[in-house]
Design a protein around this ligand. Sequence first.
Ligand SMILES: C[S@@+](CC[C@H](N)C(=O)[O-])C[C@H]1O[C@@H](n2cnc3c(N)ncnc32)[C@H](O)[C@@H]1O
Length: 444
Amino acid sequence: MPERKCDVTITGLTGRGQGVGKIKGQVVFVPGGLPGDRVRVAVTRAKKNYLVGRVEKLLEPSAQRVEATCHLSGDCGGCQLQELSYSSQLQWKREWVVEALNRIGGLSAHVLPTLPAPIIWNYRNKAAFPVGYDRGRLVAGCYMPGTHRIVDSEACSIQHEKSNCILRETKNLLRELKVPVYDERSHRGLIRHLVARVAVGTGENMAVLVTKNKRFPQGTKLAKALMDRVDGLCSVVQNVNPAKTNIILGTENRTLAGKSHIDDIMGDDELGRLTFRISPHAFYQVNSAQAVNLYRLVRQYANLQGTETVLDLYCGVGTITLFVAKVAQRVVGVEEVPAAVSDARLNAKLNAIDNAEFLAGRAEHLMPSLLGQGVSPQVIIIDPPRAGCDQRILHAMIQAQPDRLIYVSCYPPTLARDLKVLAGGGLQTHKDPACGHVSHDQSR
Ligand SMILES: C[S@@+](CC[C@H](N)C(=O)[O-])C[C@H]1O[C@@H](n2cnc3c(N)ncnc32)[C@H](O)[C@@H]1O
C-alpha cells in the first residue's frame, strides 16, 4: 500500500514528547514534530482513532525550535526534546498537567508555572547504559528510539560528566580485558548494562556492572582498574540479572571494589542539609538540584507546626520523610524495597533523627493496617511511581481525612485519575495559587 503523505501543522505534544496534529480531523502523532512546525508527514500506521506519521520534510520550522546540543539527537532515544527551547518545554509540561487534570480528573485546579531546573545539562545523577555489540564492535550508550539498537556514545549531554567518564573508561576496560558482552537475541554473553550513580553533594560515584551470569572472572581486576581511572569512584558493584527481561537490575549484588553504596549530602540553607546512603537498587531523585526545590515545596505545602503525625508513603531511602521529620512530631515512612528501607533507617541514624520510623512493605497493605492500629495522620505525603496509587490507598486516605495531602507525581495522567477518586471522597484539590506547582526535571 503506498504511504499517504499530508502537510500538517503540529499543535501540541504528547507526554512522551511526540508532536500532535490533525489530518482531516483525525489526530496524528508525529515523533520529531514540535509545536508550531509545519511538516510533510508520511502516515506509517492507521488505527481506528488515530494515525502515526513520520516527518518526511520540515516545511516551516516552529519559532520554538533551537539547535540540538548533542550531535546524536534524533538518532538516540535517550531524550526527546533537545530541539525545543527550554522555555517552551516548561510551558508544554504545564499544559500536559492542565490537560490531564481537566480531561481525566474533571478538575479545574490552579496550576502554577513550571519551576525551571537550576541546571539543564549534565544534570542526571543516574545513568543506565545498555552494553552490546554492533557489527562486532563493543558499544554502549542509549537505545535508538523504539528499538533495542544501541547508539554508541562517549558523552550524553543530560548525564553528569562523571557518569560519562565511567561510561568511557568502562568501555575501554571491557575492550582491554576482552570481557564478553551480552547479546539480547541469543541471550549469550556477560555484560548487559552499566549503571552509573553520582552523589552530587559529596562527589562519590558508583558503577554497577549488570551481568547475565554470576561468574565474572575479570570482575575484581576491572573494578580496581576502573577505580584507579575515575576520580571519586568509590563503589563498583556486580549485579546479576540472568533473566530474559527489559528490567535492568536483577536481585543479587556483589561488591567488586570499594563500598557497597555511596553517600550523598542534599539540601540547602532553608531546608537544612542531610546525609543519604544510596545502594544500587534504591530510588533517588535523578536531578539533585531540582530535588531540593521539590522537597522545599513539599515541606512548605505540608505547613507543619511540630505537633503533627505525618505519613510518607512510597518513601524510598527516606528523603522526604527525614526533611519533614525536622518540623513534625512523628513521621512514618512506607516503602516496598527492603534495601531502601534499610538505607532509610540508617539515614535517620546518620542524621540523628529519632522521630522517623520506616515500615517495609506495600503501601496498599500497610496504610489500612496503620489506620486500623489507630495512627491518625494530620498530613499525608505520597510519591508513587508512574502507575499512581492503588485503589486501596486512595480509599484509606479518604477514610483518614487528613488536614493536608501532598501528592508528588511524575506522571500527570495517573495523578489526575487518582485526584478524581480523592475528590469523590471529599478531599478537594486546593484552589489556592500557592499550590499546584509543576517542577521540571527534564527526566525524559
Ligand atoms: C517515585 S519514588 C519516590 C521516593 C522518594 N519519595 C524520593 O523522593 O526519593 C517511588 C518509591 O515507591 C516505591 N514503591 C513502589 N510501589 C510501592 C508500593 N506499592 N508500596 C510502597 N512503596 C512502593 C519505589 O520502590 C520507590 O522507592
